[in-house]
Ligand binder design. Structure first.
Ligand SMILES: Cc1ncc(COP(=O)(O)O)c(C=O)c1O
Length: 399
């Protein structure tokens, strides 16, 4: 056991369930631990390393920007922030953007924007409808929006003004809405909820209903954005455009950054309504600009779609060989899950680590796959093979 596990136990707040792997280096899809053991990283910093670890264009942008200007305050104009703003707005077809530092902050900002819209355009409406099984982050308001007692019970009282309904059920949204509703907030594919996609019909129906009621449609694309579903933004895969779009994770090519964008209708912030010290700083936005350009210019989302098909086929073959253990392979692009019949996902992930592939037990019976989008076909096959070896080990041990 590494000395670092003891250091963590003594000095770090004990709120993370960590795997016993100390990662010291990463390159592309691979990472290495302190003993030099190599792993295929199908966790990718929790769906962050969309271009793999240490992509040369991102590293170069960071090095150059770090030597030029790292932070300046939003009291002034800075160039990387504005280049990134223009690129994201043009690519998304939305109107404006605000940069922050994380996914939860992007959600907080989106919620503030929706509430301000409710105040100014809907007679003070403030309620936001969210979905069961959602995940929107760990700030107080984000855990309220998430609506899962597991995350929120120890921290009550929560932010008022949230109502939850089952996913993929338009009638439930209609029933939950009233004169106080200002927005519907959802993930097009629920990530932490076990990789569960919304149907196109549901999202189209929701779009039409929101338009009819003048209620905002807010997509949390913190996990599904930046190429992961095989399109630059997840909403493009579904063909349904939100009024507000929250991004983070893959946006910075490995550097912490979040963003929320809005269309003209939702563009209601005025000077003083929102702000941040670090959000949109030159270092993070230079990294994100470089990463986003690589995604676009090298057509990485198309590659992700192809590799998603490849990985999905390989996992379907694993399922066929382990019919009594694997219930379902599901996902979109390179956000994928294997659901098992038994609650053994934690053991399987532990065994897979030993076999050299890092995975995430997103549910007690579900293993999540979210590798870099630059994954090669050989790595997809090898990752599935290592997963199968880990799964087989656990099944054999359980008899
Ligand atoms: C869909 C979604 N929204 C929000 C968040 C919160 O992002 P962060 O951890 O950067 O605050 C996450 C994190 O996993 C997420 O998956």
């Amino acid at each position: 056991m590494s000395q670092w596990t003891d250091v963590e136990k003594q000095y770090y707040m004990q709120c993370a369930r960590r795997q016993p792997v100390v990662i010291v280096r990463g390159q592309g899809t691979k990472v290495w631990d302190e003993d030099g053991k190599e792993y295929l990283d199908f966790v990718a910093g929790w769906a962050v390393n969309n271009l793999g670890h240490c992509h040369p264009e991102v590293v170069k942008a960071i090095q150059e920007q770090a030597a030029t200007l790292m932070v300046a305050s939003n009291q002034f104009y800075t160039v990387p922030q504005l280049k990134l703003a223009k690129l994201l707005v043009e690519q998304s077809g939305l109107s404006r953007v605000f940069f922050c530092n994380s996914g939860a902050e992007a959600i907080e900002g989106a919620i503030k924007l929706a509430r301000k819209f409710g105040k100014s355009a809907l007679n003070g409406a403030y309620e936001i409808i969210t979905l069961q099984n959602a995940f929107h982050g760990r700030t107080l308001t984000a855990i309220t929006a998430t609506g899962n007692p597991h995350y929120s019970d120890p921290f009550t009282p929560l932010t008022p003004g949230f109502v939850q309904v089952p996913a993929n059920d338009l009638e439930a949204v209609k029933r939950a809405s009233n004169g106080k509703t200002c927005a519907v907030l959802l993930e097009p594919v629920q990530g932490e909820g076990g990789v569960r996609a919304m149907s196109r019909e549901y999202l189209q129906g929701l779009r039409a209903w929101c338009d009819q009621k003048n209620v905002l449609l807010v997509f949390d694309e913190v996990q599904t954005g930046m190429g992961r579903l095989g399109t630059l933004f997840g909403f493009q895969y579904f063909g349904v455009k939100p009024d507000i779009l929250a991004l983070a994770k893959g946006l910075g090519g490995g550097v912490a950054i979040g963003a929320f964008l809005c269309n003209q209708k939702a563009d209601v912030f005025q000077p003083g309504d929102h702000g941040t010290t670090f959000g949109g700083n030159p270092l993070a936005t230079a990294a994100a600009y470089a990463a986003t350009r690589v995604l676009i210019e090298q057509k990485v989302p198309d590659h992700a779609r192809r590799m998603g098909q490849r990985l999905s086929q390989a996992l379907e073959q694993v399922k066929a060989r382990h019919e009594t253990a694997v219930r379902e392979v599901r996902g979109v692009g390179l956000l994928m899950a294997v659901e098992l019949y038994q609650d053994i996902a934690g053991d399987v992930v532990g065994a897979c680590n030993q076999e050299g592939v890092l995975l995430n037990a997103v549910r007690p019976n579900t293993v999540r796959f979210m590798p870099p989008l630059t994954l090669t076909a050989a790595e997809a096959d090898e990752g599935a093979a290592r997963f199968e070896r880990g799964l087989t080990k656990v099944l054999q041990a359980k008899g």
